[in-house]
Design a protein around this ligand. Structure first.
Ligand SMILES: [Fe+2]
Ligand SMILES: [Fe+2]
Length: 131
């Protein structure tokens, strides 16, 4: 298992929590497939992962625009930085099919970022948006 549900902070908006929970579930499935070197499964989960991250970020951005959240540009900037990272690792995977570099990315980049981002940007945003 890559990340336990309890390691990612709950925010005050249930809809955002549900998005995070689904993402964590998908992350663990992807991680297991990569660890098992199940290339076919990992490849389709990589496609799902990229779509899921985009939906996660664009949903939050839509919620922030609706609520006219003052820190929208800062929050979106953090998403945009991670969009680039995810895009880079996705392209690398498609070229090399090397599980170790995706595993390293998930362990050292994506999960630490997600934990911090949810605990800071997302939790402040959730308070502003309401439940
Ligand atoms: Fe989020
Ligand atoms: Fe966010």
């Amino acid at each position: 298992m890559l990340v336990n549900l309890s390691e990612v902070q709950k925010v005050s908006n249930m809809f955002m929590n549900a998005i995070h929970e689904d993402e964590i579930e998908l992350l663990n499935k992807l991680y297991d497939a990569l660890k098992e070197r199940n290339f076919e499964e990992a490849d389709s989960l990589m496609d799902e992962f990229v779509q899921d991250v985009e939906e996660h970020f664009s949903t939050e951005e839509a919620l922030m625009r609706e609520a006219e959240f003052f820190a929208y540009p800062m929050h979106k900037q953090e998403h945009d930085m991670m969009r680039k990272e995810v895009d880079r690792i996705y392209k690398e995977w498609k070229e090399t099919k090397d599980p170790s570099s995706v595993i390293k990315f998930l362990e050292e980049v994506f999960v630490p970022w997600l934990k911090l981002h949810v605990a800071t940007m997302d939790s402040v945003t959730a308070i502003h948006i309401g439940d």
